[in-house]
Design a protein around this ligand. Structure first.
Ligand code: ADP
Ligand code: MG
Ligand code: MG
Length: 909
């Protein structure tokens, strides 16, 4: 019975060292709520509160506001009185008021993407009571003006009108500051704050036509609904789509007693990390502000101070602040409030050990008492992710399998991007320095507005500071540079999450949005000028700096070695040239799963011969051209075999429709006619003849080899002769010849016959042999259905999931751009099936094909060579289907190796 009751609960309480929920309940309580509950139960001081579940958000989206408010009313009311009991204050009471915050929190952290409102419960009477009770009028009015500002923005829609405009409340504050000749929010007098409250309310009335709600309960319900709505806000939707989080997850709502960091110089607020989120270094670090509340630190309004003395010294050096100035004006928390620091230091240690991962925490100091407001597994760069995981292993906190599970496969991508060439860096002209907020190398043209980042192929977004609205542009830009903000500013946190190079707090920069100029000392830079950012040192460099390829070394290599230790399924590469093959091997490829022979024909000197072959009217003419192509192709294969030194190399016979090879422009048609000594008219006729209504379903794949067997013959000859040549040179080689686009057994049989006959006659000629396999791609649904019959003949299967997806869905890959975006938006599809393998549909065909094939040939070698071979969820699926290998592009290999290991580990637990 009690269980049933619990199942129905829509509200979970926490506080006073106990909680209804715990850390495992992220899906229901959101990450923030689950961790608030967990912290509360393990004795960390958390202000009491409760969490309204994510399911209520989903109900809200279906049933609407009134129905949902009716559903939660009782539970919310009784939970508020629970907070009142713990805090000894009363919500809405004028003499002894309780103020609360209403905080969003989805199951995964989406920093700044959704809304939060602080100081709820304020009105003209409560502010007086709070001032009396705390004997701190300044604080009471500061809280009131913050409340109206936040509530106005989040709930009542008081937002800037356009991108050049500033926030309507900021505007009012700026005016007052100018009038009063002051610079900081903390310099407002009590009268100023009263004036602001009045002016804010007036502005709201003017814009919305309504009075500001003064009833605390109305305020509370309004905030709860606003948080639900923020799940479907523009920023949140963009962020969700970027990460592939489904719309039906919803957000939880956390309602919590306020603690006040703005009560004066014995109060403050901050954020901290148990390790360095940029580099992974094992140092406690973070930033705080005295006499501040909530987002002040992150918003970059005042220069935040460092938590630790070590961090403070490092910061001062970068910010060019001398020791006297630092101690006087920017002391660390460690120096300023040693006992609070010690307590915080203890909690960070407890929490990291408890969660066994790097934590990102929020805290507030109210009049000398420390409160923890949030903890979560911290976002980090790819480099930090790898270092932290290996360090935790070495410190004995986690084991090898946990290391592999802690690594987010897609983030490894960052480590595979180019870095600045050290030689070029020596010559670089550094114009200024900021904080190394997120490492990496970025070079691009200056843009000043997020929505203009796409103006250039490579852009650097230069802002005074960034806000959540800038997310899309930050994602597009190659790097981010801000004049204000610390290491925990919005720009810094988001950039690290994206793995994007970022320099923040570069105080020497003067940015003018109106004139679109960046001024550093005497130098002026304009939109479109090149600059470069070194996110690891904070150096801002004039112009373009050359980059070099990264290496798989250090901790990254250690992680990869661990992955290979646990992986069962192998990773091969798609490579068409010796160069790609070499890169792939340096990333750990165990063979080539797909060499597309047609790419070799597109090079200038070859395309001509290829066209001669296609345009030839007779078998003799075709054979002549193929004769010419043979040595070129043989040389290509030799190069690739040599690079792979005995590892298996799968070569696919010619696949695309011939139409792709012939010229379509008049100019090129004319020169081809001249080269071939035929009339322009004849070329045109031939090109027109090759035209197809559905080229992807037309004359291509093994249909070419079956209509022009001489092509298959030539390609087989090139492969076998190259292999024999290597054998002569003492280099092992392991070719696998792959027939594309098979739909019937006979199609395969005929191709196989040509291949084997050709090979045998070469062996005869040379009086020597090599081992080779003949297999097929499974990329037509019919082939998967007939897989048992095909497996009787074929040595191996390779699933071509690009074509298989195309043909299973009946979507033309080249035309899908017209409807796929709409389908994704409307939720008809959860993901682009050409990027993420559709496990429920296409995946089932893959599974069936594999099973039917293995029924006949239990040891049938099975792999995948579509784009999906490098996409984490698809790679995991391939493991679960029992594939021997996946094949992907060289730069995805480390990712696939890791996922292969993760899949194997998950399968054993
Ligand atoms: P986000 O998810 O964007 O980080 P939060 O809900 O964590 O938003 O809140 C924003 C800011 O307000 C944070 O700095 C947080 O610490 C602060 N805050 C939230 N609730 C309270 C509270 N009850 N007392 C004091 N500060 C709070
Ligand atoms: Mg937060
Ligand atoms: Mg194909």
């Amino acid at each position: 019975m009690e269980v049933l009751e619990k199942l129905k609960a829509r509200v979970y309480r926490f506080g006073s060292e106990s909680a209804d929920g715990n850390r495992t309940m992220k899906n229901l309580l959101g990450g923030k709520g689950a961790n608030l509950a967990e912290m509360s139960s393990i004795g960390i001081p958390v202000p009491p509160g409760f969490t309204i579940t994510t399911e209520v958000c989903t109900e809200y989206n279906v049933l609407g506001e009134q129905a949902v408010l009716d559903m939660i009313k009782e539970e919310v009311e009784s939970s508020i009185s629970n907070i009142e009991t713990i805090m000894g204050t009363t919500f809405g009471d004028e003499a002894n008021p309780l103020l609360i915050s209403v905080r969003s929190g989805a199951r995964v952290s989406m920093p700044g993407m959704m809304d939060t409102v602080l100081n709820i419960g304020m009105n003209d009477e409560v502010v007086l009571g709070l001032a009396m009770k705390t004997k701190n009028e300044q604080f009471a009015w500061d809280s009131y003006r913050r409340f109206i500002q936040m509530y106005g923005g989040v709930v009542l829609g008081m937002k800037p009108a356009s991108k050049e405009d500033i926030d309507p409340f900021e505007e009012i504050m700026e005016h007052l500051k100018e009038k009063r000749g002051i610079q900081l929010d903390t310099e407002f007098t009590i009268q100023d704050l009263k004036d602001l409250v009045y002016d804010f309310k007036e502005a709201i009335k003017k814009r919305t036509g309504h009075d500001f709600p003064s009833n605390p309960w109305d305020q509370l319900w309004g905030a709860i609904i606003a948080v639900f709505n923020s799940w479907n806000g523009e920023r949140a939707v963009y962020y969700r789509n970027m990460h592939g989080y489904p719309a039906d997850w919803g957000t939880a709502v956390n309602v919590q007693a306020m603690v006040y960091g703005n009560m004066g110089n014995n109060s403050g607020t901050g954020v901290c990390f148990t390790r360095d989120a940029g580099t992974g270094e094992n140092v406690f670090n973070g930033e705080y502000l005295i006499n501040a509340q909530g987002e002040d630190v992150v918003a970059g309004v005042r220069t935040p101070q460092q938590i630790t003395k070590l961090g403070s010294l490092r910061w001062a050096e970068l910010a060019k602040i001398d020791e006297e100035d630092r101690v006087e004006n920017y002391p660390s928390l460690e120096e300023l409030m040693p006992s609070i620091f010690e307590e915080l230091n203890t909690y960070q240690d407890i929490l990291e050990k408890h969660y066994r991962d790097m934590q990102d925490m929020e805290f507030t100091i109210q009049d000398g008492k420390l409160w923890i407001l949030q903890t979560r597994n911290g976002k980090r760069t790819g480099a930090a992710m790898v270092k932290i995981a290996m360090d935790l292993l070495k410190e004995g906190m986690i084991d090898e399998k946990e290391v592999l599970l802690l690594i987010e496969a897609n983030k490894l991508d960052e480590l595979l991007h180019p870095i600045f060439d050290p030689d070029a860096l020596k010559r670089a002209h550094v114009i200024a320095q900021g904080l190394p907020a997120s490492p990496g190398a970025a070079t691009g043209k200056i843009v000043f507005f997020a929505d203009e980042a796409k103006k250039y192929k490579n852009s650097i977004l230069v802002r005074i500071e960034t806000s959540p609205e800038d997310l899309e542009g930050m994602n597009i830009a190659k790097g981010i540079l801000t004049a204000r903000g610390g290491m925990t500013s919005h720009a810094a946190v988001v950039a690290r999450g994206m793995g994007k190079c970022c320099i923040s707090g570069a105080g020497a920069l003067k940015i003018n949005y109106k004139t679109r100029t960046l001024t550093v000392g005497k130098h002026e830079y304009h939109e479109g000028d090149w600059i470069s950012l070194n996110g690891s040192t904070g150096n801002i460099i004039e112009g373009k700096v050359d980059t070099i390829e990264p290496e798989l070394s250090g901790e990254f290599a250690e992680v990869m070695a661990l992955a290979d230790k646990y992986a069962v399924m192998q990773v091969r590469t798609n490579a068409d040239s010796p160069k790609d093959a070499k890169i792939a091997r340096s990333f750990g490829a165990k063979g080539i799963g797909l060499t597309r022979t047609e790419h070799m024909f597109f090079e200038v000197d070859r395309i001509k011969v290829m066209r001669e072959m296609i345009l030839a009217d007779t078998l003799k003419g075709r054979k002549q051209a193929l004769e010419e192509l043979l040595p070129m192709q043989r040389a290509d294969f030799e190069g690739i075999f040599e690079a792979m030194a005995g590892l298996p190399v799968t070569i696919r016979l010619l696949d695309p429709p011939l139409h792709e090879f012939v010229p379509h422009q008049l100019e090129t048609q004319r020169s081809l006619a001249e080269d071939l000594h035929i009339s322009l008219e004849a070329v045109k006729i031939k090109v027109a003849e090759l035209e197809e209504f559905n080229p992807m379903l037309g004359h291509r794949g093994c249909r070419l080899g079956n209509t022009y067997p001489e092509i298959t013959e030539m390609q087989t000859r090139a492969i076998i002769e190259a292999a024999l040549k290597l054998k002569e040179r003492g280099i092992p080689c392991n070719p696998e010849i792959m027939v594309p686009l098979v739909g019937t057994v006979k199609e395969f049989e005929l191709q196989e016959e040509i291949i084997r006959t050709t090979a045998n006659s070469i062996f005869e000629e040379r009086q020597d042999t090599v081992e080779y396999l003949v297999g097929t791609m499974i990329e037509i649904p019919r082939a998967a259905i007939m897989a048992d019959l095909i497996a009787e003949k074929a040595d191996f299967f390779s699933f071509g999931t690009n074509d298989l997806t195309q043909m299973t869905f009946g979507y033309s890959r080249d035309d899908a751009g017209k409807f796929l975006p709409v389908y994704l938006e409307k939720g008809i599809l959860k993901a682009d099936p050409f990027e993420v393998l559709d496990q429920a549909g296409v995946g089932q065909i893959v599974k069936m094909g594999t099973e039917r094939g293995r029924r006949v040939k239990p040891n049938l070698k099975v792999g995948i060579c579509g784009e999906h071979g490098g996409e984490p969820s698809s790679v995991e699926f391939c493991y679960n289907v029992g594939m021997n290998y996946v094949s992907c592009s060289p730069y995805r290999i480390p990712i696939a190796r890791l996922v292969s290991a993760q899949a194997a580990i998950k399968a054993t637990v």
